[in-house]
Design a protein. Structure first.
Length: 77
């Protein structure tokens, strides 16, 4: 598995962006949207850049939403 955590029946989070296999599994589970919180300056590692990820997600019949959130913008209290 790729570090997925189920917060509720309708909300799941992952430690890294989904690849093709994960997108296949998510679609089969009825997931309708993938929300990407990475900033454009965040290291990608082996993950696809946001534009490529958006295309992959849409090709699997899901919506792709990009809401960049930087660590500096998160209130730590």
């Amino acid at each position: 598995m790729w570090g997925r955590i189920e917060l509720s029946q309708h909300v799941k989070v992952a430690r890294k962006p989904p690849g093709k296999r994960e997108l296949d599994a998510l679609r089969k589970e009825g997931v309708r949207a993938v929300i990407d919180l990475r900033t454009r300056h965040e290291p990608l590692g082996d993950a696809a850049p946001p534009v490529a990820e958006a295309n992959q997600v849409r090709a699997h019949g899901m919506d792709y939403i990009h809401i960049p959130v930087s660590a500096e913008s998160v209130d730590k209290t």
